[in-house]
Design a protein. Sequence first.
Length: 202
Amino acid sequence: MAEELGYEQDAVQWETVTFEQIISPAVKPFDIAAYQTSITEEREQAVDFSSPYLTTRQGVIVMEDGPYADATSLADLEGARIGVTAAQTSLTLSEAAFGEDADISPYNAAGDGMQALQSGTIDAMVMDVDQGVAASTEYFPDSVVIGTLPDQGVVEQYGLVLDEGSALTDCVSQAVDALEEDGTLDELRTTWLKSDDIPVLE
């Protein structure tokens, strides 16, 4: 993205922030945030989004030796203790998929939820499917993504986040569009995201 905008790699300054800072209407300590942030109408009231760079789904991760490892449907997960990341769309979509009476626990970060899964505090963790594949492959190899939640009519797309009314929003969107058109984003998705063959849990 920086290259497309005309910046050298050493000109980029990285800032560590929380997800709450990213979606907050307060002035941000960054110009652009790239943190798997779903574009929603509610968030668009507080921040600007670039054009979407990824369309995604919510994945369900369980332990390979756990009681839900063979689940192939939402019904198979009945009674499971579900973890989600707080303030993200995984909570909303999990409530819609499993019902508002389901045992759903929000965690401040996806990593916290994965640790709870590994310790047996929860039975399944719901997060962005590509993030889930990376977590189960790189950091929690004894876990597995068994499927994704139904989209329930919601197309979940990620955008880069900027301050509301930022003068940079248009040029950042143009850069995202250019990277989509020249095949760069497709190449990145093919190289780094391995979720195309994961089934939907009906």
